[in-house]
Design a protein around this ligand. Sequence first.
Ligand SMILES: Nc1nc2c(ncn2[C@@H]2O[C@H](COP(=O)(O)OP(=O)(O)O)[C@@H](O)[C@H]2O)c(=O)[nH]1
Ligand SMILES: [Mg+2]
Length: 300
Amino acid sequence: MPQVPTNFKYKIVGNNLITDFEESEILKDIALRIQHGRRLIIPIGLPQAGKSMFIASLIAYAFKRKSDGKDGDNSCNFSHVFPKEYSGVKQITNALDKNDTLPSTRSNEITIIDLDMKSRYRKRPIHITLIDLAGEDVERLIGKREDTEGTAAKIKKILAACVAKKAIFAIITPVESGTVLGQRSDFDTEEDSEMKSFIDDLHQNNPKLYNMTKFLFVISKWDTLPQRCDAVKYLQYHRQQLFTEVSSNAKYGLVPYSVGNVVGNTIIDIILRSPKNFWYTLYRWCTGQHVLPWWKRLFS
Ligand SMILES: Nc1nc2c(ncn2[C@@H]2O[C@H](COP(=O)(O)OP(=O)(O)O)[C@@H](O)[C@H]2O)c(=O)[nH]1
Ligand SMILES: [Mg+2]
C-alpha cells in the first residue's frame, strides 16, 4: 500500500495495522469522516464469517459492473474518494479479477474504504465509509480472546465514536456448510449467542450508541443452503436469539447474502444481486428515496 500523501483529508486509508497508529490518530480520522457526514458501515462477525467478502462484493457491484449494462443495472454511479491506488478498492478488485477470495484478515488489520454513491436519477449522493476488521479482533471485542495488544480497546473507541452519526453494524452470521434446515447445530447455537453477546454488550455499556445504531443481520453464504428458505424462517430455526431481536425492534434489518458461487478459494462467479439489494436499501435509508424514480420502477 503506497504511503498516503499528507495533504489528504484522512490519514488512514485502505489497508493498515491498528497497532501502527496512536489511538488518538485513529479516532481523529474516524471523527473527521463522521463530521463530513460519512456513513460508517462496519461488518461484525467471527473469523471466516464472510465480512471481507461482503465488503468485496459491495465493491464488485460498485466498480466492476459490466459497462454494457448486461447485468441490468446502470442506475447508480460510485466514485472513489481517494485516487484508486490509495482507496483500498484496488486490492479487492485485483483479487476479484483473478477470481480469488480475499486472504483472511490478520489480527490488528483495519481496512478503511471511502466511497460515494449517487443515483443517476436523484440529486443527493450518499457518502460511505466501509471498515473491515479481523474476526480475531471481533472475538477480542466480545471477550472470547485476550486483548494483549489493546486492539479491541481501540476498536471499541472507534465504535463509540459512531454515536455522533447513525452507523450501521452489519452482523455477519454465516450458514454452516452441511446445514439441514430446521435442525439447529452446535455451530448455530454458538454463533447465535456470540453475536447476541456483541449486541448486549453494546446495549449495556453504551446505550446511547445502541439507540443510534442500526443493526443489519446479514446471513452470509446463503448460496450454500441445500434448499430455498425464507430468511426469517431460517433465523427462527437457526439463530433463535437474533430472531427474537429482529422481531422485537425496527432498528434491526435482515438480509440473506451471497457473494456468488465460491469453491475453496476460487470465486466461480460473482453474483451481484445481494450487493445490489444492499446498496438500494442503504440509499433509501440514507435519503428516504428509492434509487429509481417511480416511472422507472413501474417498467422494470
Ligand atoms: N459459498 C460462499 N462462500 C463464501 C461467501 N462469503 C464468504 N465465503 C467463504 O468464506 C471464506 C471467508 O470469508 P471472509 O470474507 O474472508 O471471512 P472474514 O474472516 O469474516 O472476513 C471465504 O474465503 C469464502 O471461501 C458466500 O457468500 N458464499
Ligand atoms: Mg476478513
